[in-house]
Structure formats: C-alpha cells, structure tokens
Design a protein around this ligand. Structure first.
Ligand SMILES: C[C@](O)(CO)[C@H](O)COP(=O)(O)OP(=O)(O)OC[C@H]1O[C@@H](n2ccc(N)nc2=O)[C@H](O)[C@@H]1O
Ligand SMILES: Nc1ncnc2c1ncn2[C@@H]1O[C@H](COP(=O)(O)OP(=O)(O)OP(=O)(O)O)[C@@H](O)[C@H]1O
Length: 292
C-alpha cells in the first residue's frame, strides 16, 4: 500500500502537536577529506531528504518533565535523542515547560538514513514552537550539532552540500527523484566505521559546482562492506537494476530509479531476508515553514 506523503500537522491545539514528521536522508556521496584534532572527520557530502520517515507527537506538560511515552528496543529513554534534544532545548533557553513525546518509529536504526538525528531535529523544531522558545533556524542547527553531526541538516530542511563534520551547509538544487532504499537488516555503528584503520581519510576536496560531474563515492563503503558482508551483498543485489551505493555509515544502500512504478517493482522483488522501500525525494522538510 502507498504511504501518504509526510506533511506538517495542524497546529490549532496550543498544547499538542500530533504527527510531526521526521524524514530520512540519503548521502548521495560521502568523501572523507581529513580528520580534526578531536577525532571527528572532515567530510564532503550531499544530503537528500526523503518523503519517508518517523512521526512524533508532543503534548505540553506544565511541570517541566520530559517523558517518552513509547519504547524503542535497545534505547533507554535517557539515551534517546528525542529526550536529549528536549532537555538540551530546555537547558539552553531556561524554559520551565516539559513535554510528553511519542515516537512512531518507521526508519531502521543504525541504517545511515539518519532516523535518530531526524527525530532529534523534529523535537527541536516542534518544541521550539510548542514552548514558544523562539530560536531561529541557525540557532537550532547549532544546538542540534551538540547532539550529532547529522542533526543540523534536518533543521536546515533542504537538500544540502555539506562540509566540516557535516554541519557547514549550502542549499543544493536537485531534480526530483525516486529511490529504492534497502536495509540488509543489520545496524552498523557509525563510530566503528570512522575509527577503522583502513578508512581512506585523504580524498581531495571537490568544488560544490563540480559535484554532479565529479566521480564521487562513499569512502565509508569499503570499510562497512569488509566488516559487514550483508552490506556488500545488498549493494550487489540492487546494482542489477541501477548504480547502488551505501548511505552514511550504512547499513542501508540505495539506488536512484527512473520511475515510481519501477521503484515499486524492485522494492517488491527484494529477497525476503531484507527489507526494501521506494521513496521519493522531498524539496523541503515538511516542518520547514515552522522556522523563519
Ligand atoms: C556518516 C554520517 O551519517 C553522514 O551523514 C554522519 O557523519 C554521522 O553522523 P551522526 O550519526 O550524527 O554521528 P555522531 O553521533 O555525531 O557521531 C558518531 C561517531 O561517528 C564519528 N564521526 C561522526 C561524524 C564525523 N563527521 N566524523 C566522525 O568521526 C565519531 O567517532 C562519533 O563518535
Ligand atoms: N530516537 C532514536 N531513533 C533511533 N536511534 C536512536 C534514537 N535515539 C538514540 N538512538 C541511538 O542512535 C543509534 C543510531 O541510530 P540512527 O537510526 O540515527 O542511525 P543512523 O541512521 O546510522 O544515523 P546516522 O545516519 O545519523 O549515523 C541507534 O542505534 C540508537 O542506539
């Protein structure tokens, strides 16, 4: 069955925001160009937002408590990026209000499609509205960066060419596209891939203008494939249909497909041990208009 598109919820109830979308992202390419003194890696990447994601509900609490009302296997509430995002916004603004947060998880965990990061960004955007804390988009991007390198792009809310550790963002105009995203059913820990001895860390920087014409790749892919053969197998399977690449640090892999019908056919023919979805690109984050 087709999914309805991710859209902003109605905001008529001042105490509740229901069905706030948290879209997935793809890294169309990812080059590791260096390493900072603190161990974080300098990257160049193109982020593409997808019309496929989690949804979150927020209910105001007057007592200042932040409570997660849903469970996420393997992730205690205190470590959940949505709870951490809410507490960070509270601490940063001195806000005395709290919230109940329900996360309706659709995106696979540890998939390189930024699920946790996007949930965190949606929490920052939604609570900034519910709590009337009035932070601007750049202020929320900076706050998001404290939670993870992938959070700022979701607050930025558009496809982006990224540098730095992924936080220096320039808007990227890309034609609409359909993708098949395939999850080989495993989680790949991002830190393990970045810390691998055999990771190439000296790819020469490209210019944003050259992105489409350059030969690009995901520098994290060979490392993930050698440690997690399922990722390599998934790329090989999808590559029968179109050039296939890993997103982020894996485990998901994707390919751009010329039509929705073909993307649907490929997704349906995915081997039963894996999961595949068709997904359309987004031009803007569905909550884009909630920030100036
Ligand atoms: C691979 C990507 O998904 C590409 O968009 C991101 O770079 C990862 O972003 P993320 O999951 O938000 O990552 P974080 O939670 O900030 O970092 C997880 C771990 O990955 C490593 N890390 C992450 C980002 C980066 N530019 N360099 C790194 O070396 C660090 O060891 C860090 O401890
Ligand atoms: N709300 C959340 N949703 C998913 N994972 C979360 C959440 N909060 C904390 N986590 C933790 O973060 C880890 C990475 O999850 P996530 O799904 O964001 O990975 P990812 O798609 O590889 O992200 P990225 O592309 O940003 O590296 C999970 O394995 C989990 O332990």
């Amino acid at each position: 069955m087709d999914r309805p598109p991710l859209t902003a919820p109605s905001t008529t109830d001042p105490a509740r925001l229901t069905g706030c979308p948290a879209p997935a992202k793809l890294n169309l390419f990812l080059h590791v160009t260096g390493r900072r003194a603190d161990g974080y890696h300098l990257l160049q990447t193109a982020f593409r937002l997808l019309d496929w994601g989690d949804t979150l509900d927020f209910t105001l609490r007057a007592d200042g408590l932040v409570r997660r009302t849903t469970t996420l296997p393997g992730v205690p509430a205190k470590q959940d990026l949505v709870v951490r995002a809410a507490r960070l916004l509270q601490a940063h603004t001195g806000c005395s209000l709290g919230a109940e947060i329900a996360v309706h998880k659709v995106l696979p965990l540890g998939g390189g499609i930024g699920g946790g990061s996007s949930d965190a960004a949606t929490t920052l955007i939604a609570l900034n509205r519910l709590w009337r804390t009035g932070l601007s988009r750049p202020q929320l991007q900076a706050l998001g960066l404290q939670l993870g390198a992938d959070v700022p792009v979701f607050v930025f809310g558009r496809d982006a060419f990224a540098e730095g550790i992924g936080e220096a963002l320039q808007p990227l105009s890309l034609p609409p596209a359909w993708y098949v995203v395939l999850s080989p059913g495993i989680s790949v820990p991002t830190a393990e891939i970045f810390s691998a001895k055999d990771l190439t860390r000296d790819t020469p920087p490209i210019r944003m203008a050259d992105f489409a014409a350059s030969t690009t790749r995901n520098d994290l892919q060979p490392v993930a494939c050698s440690r997690y053969p399922e990722v390599r197998d998934a790329i090989e399977w999808l590559a029968q249909y179109a050039p296939a690449t890993m997103t982020g640090s894996g485990a998901c892999v994707f390919a751009e497909i010329p039509s929705e019908a073909e993307a649907g056919r490929i997704a349906r023919s995915c081997p039963p041990r894996w999961k595949a979805w068709k997904a359309r690109s987004l031009t803007r984050h569905p909550l884009y208009e909630w920030l100036e």
